[in-house]
Design a protein. Structure first.
Ligand code: PMP
Length: 305
């Protein structure tokens, strides 16, 4: 259960958590066109709180809106400030932030007419997204029978709510079989992304991640790429197949919620030694140092409250 906090920002005002409700004829509830973000704020070592790459998340929210043809009735600056204010108002030193722009009530056909675009920003505490011990020990992954969206069926570069039906179906399918996360292949059969994460594999010291062509441009993915490059690791953005992944020496997922989660099994094949490998551990340690304000080289990624 999500841990309730005091207030939610709704259309420019703070309302009590229990009163942040919408009508059942909210257009988005029926047809799925809304755009959202997932952002994390970390408690840093100096006792201050910092939102990780907030500007990039707000930019992606507006990019998603542009792709979905939604006009967010606030400026980027207003949304950015509101994200921080929502944490402050709720006295959260650390937590997850969820901005959501959706189509409100009015007409009921698929064509949304002049229905208002509404915006909510909620925040709550969120620990290890893929379960206890996931970050330390790694997780068991299954390739889903559901294919990831074709680029001309859904807009894969946008964080559009309706896109996530595919993720929910895939995640449910593999959870029922006892796995921790679903990996999806693209319409041509290449590895794409997980229900809410991007993927990296390591073989003979070379890091490989899927190109951005038909996946969500993950901000954690971008952070890991930049960290790996600064560490002079070899990295390619290239398509790969599930059998190539089976023989990887290491693999991991990246995502705001999942952070950097090692993969210890794919389709019942043990990856490497079946525990986080040296490259994964090195990148993971660097990532957590950065988000907690320990590495000043990445100071511009932190937006202090
Ligand atoms: N792919 C999908 C489908 C996602 O939902 C997410 C989570 N936003 C990601 C990748 C990772 O993106 P990010 O690192 O920006 O959270």
């Amino acid at each position: 259960m999500v841990q309730k906090v005091e207030k939610i920002w709704l259309d420019g005002k703070f309302v009590p958590w229990d009163q942040a409700n919408v009508h059942v004829l909210t257009h988005t509830l029926h047809y799925g066109l809304a755009v959202f973000e997932g952002i994390r704020c970390y408690l840093c070592l100096d006792g201050r709180s910092a939102v990780f790459r907030l500007r990039e998340h707000v930019d992606r929210l507006f990019d998603s809106a542009q792709i979905g043809d939604l006009k967010i009735p606030f400026s980027k600056k207003e949304i950015l400030e509101a994200c921080k204010e929502t944490l402050r108002v709720n006295k959260l030193k650390e937590g997850y932030i969820r901005p959501l722009a959706f189509i409100g009530e009015g007409v009921m056909g698929v064509y949304p007419g002049d229905n208002p675009v509404r915006v909510a920003i909620a925040t709550w505490s969120w620990g290890a997204y893929l379960g206890e011990g996931a970050i330390e020990k790694g997780i068991r992954v299954k390739v889903s029978s559901y294919t990831r969206h074709h680029v001309n069926v859904m807009m894969t570069k946008a964080k559009i709510s309706g896109n996530y039906v595919n993720s929910v179906l895939a995640k449910r399918e593999v959870m029922k079989m006892g796995y921790d996360e679903a990996l999806m292949l693209d319409t041509e059969g290449y590895v794409s992304e997980a229900s809410g994460e991007n993927i990296f594999m390591v073989k003979n010291g070379v890091l490989k991640t899927t190109p951005l062509t038909s996946i969500l441009p993950g901000i954690t993915r971008d952070s890991v790429i930049q960290i790996a490059k600064a560490k002079k690791m070899m990295l390619v953005e290239e398509r790969f197949t599930r059998d190539e992944l089976y023989t990887a020496h290491e693999a991991f997922f990246t995502g705001t919620a999942a952070e950097l989660t090692p993969i210890r099994e794919v389709d019942d094949r043990i990856i490497g030694e079946g525990r986080p490998g040296p490259v994964t551990k090195d990148l993971q340690a660097a990532f957590f140092e950065i988000v907690r304000g320990k590495n000043l080289d990445y100071r511009e990624w932190l937006d202090y409250l």
